[in-house]
Design a protein around this ligand. Sequence first.
Ligand SMILES: [Zn+2]
Length: 224
Amino acid sequence: MSERNLVLLGPPGAGKGTQAERLVADFELPYYSTGNILREAVEQGTELGKKAKEYMDAGELVPDELICAVIEERLDSGEADDGFLLDGFPRTIGQAEMLEEALEKRDRRLTAALLIDAPDEEVVRRLSGRRTCVKNGHVYHVEFDPPKNEGVCDQDGSRLVQRDDDKPETVQKRLAVYHEQTEPLIEWYEERGLLRRFDGTRTPEEVNSHIRATLATLALEAEI
Ligand SMILES: [Zn+2]
């Protein structure tokens, strides 16, 4: 069977998280988001985890080299032999080059960079409409998935608030960072023939079936 070595790209709010969950379940891929693999390394107290913790405790960004080393550790663990799904790394061209080198060293290459795209105004509409319950983090949307009683969680009756991350001015800032850092990366993958685009404004089911069809085609091409 061919490997599925995948990178997930896209603006916040385009539905990457939902698609990641499905891909992981459909193909039994290990899921590597920067947050979860660093947290696990710290919890397990590995050498790299200890180093990462020093940065995190100091409130500093964990350097790219260290994040990449943590990913490499996972690549060498055996769990990712049939593939993996990376989310949140690479975010810049520098990181993408690092990843490419790490894969090349292991005689592997990326299968595809999956871009789940959505226009800015749609991202703002989706994120700024989100409301989260203070107690258990249940998520609602004022327009698409409203609670029965405004401002109150259906499940536990606690108060619903707009997280700082979802405030319109924060969303605009996150989008600006995304455009500045990640758009060059999209071009970079495009030039290498690795980019596959998906319309994040479609339903999650449609996006998922489009991704599955694309991966099936790529697997066939790999066998020829
Ligand atoms: Zn709740």
